[in-house]
Design a protein around this ligand. Structure first.
Ligand code: PHB
Length: 393
């Protein structure tokens, strides 16, 4: 079994041949008492601010629940893939499997790294649970992948339908030029045009650039009733929302409609009051009114202080740790890959976001999508939910 796994890893043709050698050695006695989780996060580079929030969610869960599950110690092995650098993500995944002998992989902030890990998960039969990367279809490409975040199609479709039905007859689309942008654009346009909306233009912006002035100038000339935008959360989202206002689009009566990435709670204060009124569709709002979310908010504030902002990334990382630990408990610590994947299929729980289920076919979550507006409440900019779309059952 171990040597099968080794040969399939080697067949990936990576430079990891050297570090893979220890796989042939018997596992040390201690390993049986430990569940090893390899976490590939992005704590430097373009997505560093997302990685910080993901780490907060992981640490919060561990702090609340301790590091023992089913009599075994949970060991987290943290790695930084430095942003959307698929070769680095893949190399780290291979190292964590071959050298550190992890039982499962998690993390994955961005789509390129998650996609690069698909063949690794499949060939090594390593349960790989995505905390964030949100392009549709990734988990369907490996029976060993699952996801606890969302997909762009899931949230952009409801935004399109809402826009068409709520007095926004013409839209210009602006999306980041990679997987989640393509998904968001396609889902938005499909739902928007099916409900009578007209798309009058669109552009895709480079992932590595956060300068949106040229594109927004073009929009000013086209005069749509709204812009539908997706760019990644963090510095891109903040730069986009600021430029939208600074370039005079709001003043010109053009509405910004988006997925929740641009208005992630962690970035709202940096955008400032020009965020007021932005409408978005998303699977989580930090202001969501439920006992589960109030409990998460309270624990989060106790751990990180009153100024720290809970956001979708904290919640998704927290949920992922909770699912991994609960599945380990259910399996009495037996992390056999097929047993883990069987336990994940159809796994249901009530998250701070609302009720969720890991779809047994797609291994990504079915969940409620909320339509929200940025408002100031208790002196804080917040996404306030005012409508919701339940998943197809
Ligand atoms: C992704 O790369 O899949 C991604 C990154 C940041 C987001 C959304 C999607 O805010």
């Amino acid at each position: 079994m171990q040597s099968d796994r080794l040969s399939s890893l080697l067949s990936l043709g990576t430079a990891l041949l050297l570090v893979a050698a220890p796989l042939a050695l018997p596992r040390d006695a201690l390993a049986a008492d430990t569940i090893k989780i390899g976490v590939i996060n992005s704590t430097s580079g373009q997505f560093a601010d997302l990685g910080v929030k993901i780490n907060e969610g992981i640490q919060l869960y561990m702090k609340q629940h301790g590091d023992t599950v089913a009599g075994k110690r949970i060991e987290l092995i943290m790695r930084d893939d430095t942003g959307p650098n698929p070769d680095v993500t893949k190399r780290l995944a291979l190292e964590l499997i071959a050298r550190d002998k992890v039982d499962l992989l998690t993390g994955f902030v961005s789509t390129p790294g998650a996609i690069a890990t698909i063949p690794v998960a499949t060939e090594a039969r390593k349960p790989t649970i995505i905390m964030q990367a949100a392009t549709g279809g990734i988990t369907e490409r490996s029976p060993y992948m699952a996801r606890l975040s969302f997909t762009l199609g899931q949230v952009a479709g409801p935004m399109g339908e809402w826009a068409a039905k709520n007095g926004l007859p013409t839209v210009y689309t602006i999306v980041a030029d990679y997987g989640p942008g393509y998904d968001g654009e396609a889902a938005f346009i499909k739902a928007y045009t099916a409900n009578g909306g007209k798309v009058i233009g669109g552009v895709r912006t480079p992932l590595a650039s956060n300068d949106y002035a040229v594109y927004l100038q073009r929009v000013l000339n086209e005069k749509p009733s709204a812009v539908f935008a997706f760019v990644p959360a963090g510095r891109s989202g903040i730069a986009f929302a600021k430029a939208f206002n600074d370039m005079g689009l709001t003043k010109a009566g053009i509405k910004l409609i988006t997925t929740g990435d641009i208005v992630s709670e962690n970035g709202l204060e940096a955008i400032g009051d020009s965020a007021l009124g932005i409408i978005s569709a998303y699977h989580y709002s930090a202001s969501h009114d439920s006992p589960e979310n109030k409990a998460l908010q309270k624990a989060y504030t106790e751990a990180y202080g009153p100024k720290a902002r809970l956001d979708f990334l904290v919640m998704q990382a927290y949920d992922t740790m909770s699912v991994i630990c609960n599945v380990a408990e259910q399996l009495r610590g037996d992390m056999d890959p097929d047993k883990v994947m069987a336990a994940l299929a159809g796994y249901k729980f009530v998250s701070a976001r609302g009720p969720v289920v890991i779809n047994a076919q797609t291994r990504t979550v079915d969940q409620t999508v909320y339509i929200r507006r940025v408002e100031k409440r208790d002196g804080l900019l917040q996404n306030i939910e005012f409508d919701k779309i339940e998943p197809a059952r």
